[in-house]
Design a protein around this ligand. Structure first.
Ligand SMILES: Nc1ncnc2c1ncn2[C@@H]1O[C@H](COP(=O)(O)OP(=O)(O)OP(=O)(O)O)[C@@H](O)[C@H]1O
Ligand SMILES: [Mg+2]
Length: 266
């Protein structure tokens, strides 16, 4: 039986740089844009977890940014729950897809405390009753193992790992159907990494949340994901079940990446 799909990326091409104008085309001027993602297709099953791996600059973050409407889609489709969400170059981002970026600071307003930032999400979208907002924020901060005082802290007074966890808490405030993480745990120490991974695993089990994770850490993909997608120079080198891809890689680049893994695991 076919597994239902929550998110699918179909033949996605993303190019950076200025599009050639009509005059450029008439003059047969060469298209000098850089193709960061080149005909990439994969599916995220409902309730499933997919890990995207590949060397630095291979286009992993660009795939995620295209899903979130933050990178220019040249061609191809992104479907959420069966509906195409990229109508033009940029995707409209449903609230039920939440992403935590490689640079965790971007999700937090520098002028607001973490408590205010997350409260705003809950209040604006009416996720909980007004008198329950503070309690829910504290619950979310506790879930990502942040100390209580962080409620009152500004991002500038927090460590990279704390900002990362606050960004995860903010994303979880939306009760997302799809949680997307770019190098989620790279700024965290090993103990907190395990806490955050266990939390995501547990949320996946309890809420049926689907996850799309980008990481350099292949162990993390093994621990968290059912399927792996290996990207190389913007193309998919190999994809499939995590065990198949990691234990019996078919592609030469996948083999090299996996063989080199102990050197790049953080
Ligand atoms: N805004 C941009 N303008 C032009 N080129 C870009 C832009 N963003 C990324 N690129 C280029 O696209 C390619 C893919 O970048 P991307 O950030 O997707 O790589 P990545 O696989 O996430 O790398 P890393 O593991 O280092 O985060 C790189 O060559 C990068 O230089
Ligand atoms: Mg990246």
């Amino acid at each position: 039986m076919l597994k239902p799909t929550i998110l699918s990326v179909e033949d996605l091409v993303v190019k950076y740089g200025d599009r050639p104008t009509a005059i450029d085309c008439r003059r047969h001027k060469a298209d000098t844009r850089f193709t960061a993602v080149n005909h990439v297709s994969f599916e995220l099953p409902t309730g499933g977890a997919v890990g995207i791996v590949g060397e630095s600059g291979s286009g992993k973050s660009t795939i995620l940014r295209a899903i979130m409407g933050l990178a220019p889609v040249e061609s191809g489709n992104i479907r959420f729950d069966g509906h195409i969400i990229n109508m033009g170059r940029f995707t409209t981002q449903p609230m039920t897809i939440q992403m935590v970026f490689q640079d965790p600071g971007t999700a937090l307003d520098p002028m607001m405390t973490v408590g205010q930032t997350i409260s705003e999400v809950l209040r604006v979208h009416h996720f909980v009753a007004r008198n329950k907002v503070e309690q829910r924020v504290r619950e979310l901060l506790d879930m990502v193992a942040l100390p209580k005082k962080i409620y009152e802290s500004y991002p500038r007074d927090m460590s990279g790992g704390q900002k990362q966890r606050a960004a995860i808490a903010r994303a979880l405030a939306f009760n997302p159907k799809v949680f997307i993480g770019d190098e989620l745990t790279s700024a965290l120490d090993v103990v907190v990494q395990v806490q955050v991974l266990d939390l995501l695993k547990q949320l996946r089990k309890e809420t049926g949340m689907s996850m799309l994770i980008v990481t350099h850490n292949l162990d993390l993909v093994r621990y968290l994901c059912d399927e792996a997608v290996v990207v190389h120079h913007g193309r998919i080198a190999e994809s499939g079940n995590v065990t198949d891809v990691f234990e019996h890689p078919q592609d030469q680049y996948s083999r090299e990446l996996i063989a080199a893994a102990p050197k790049i695991i953080r």
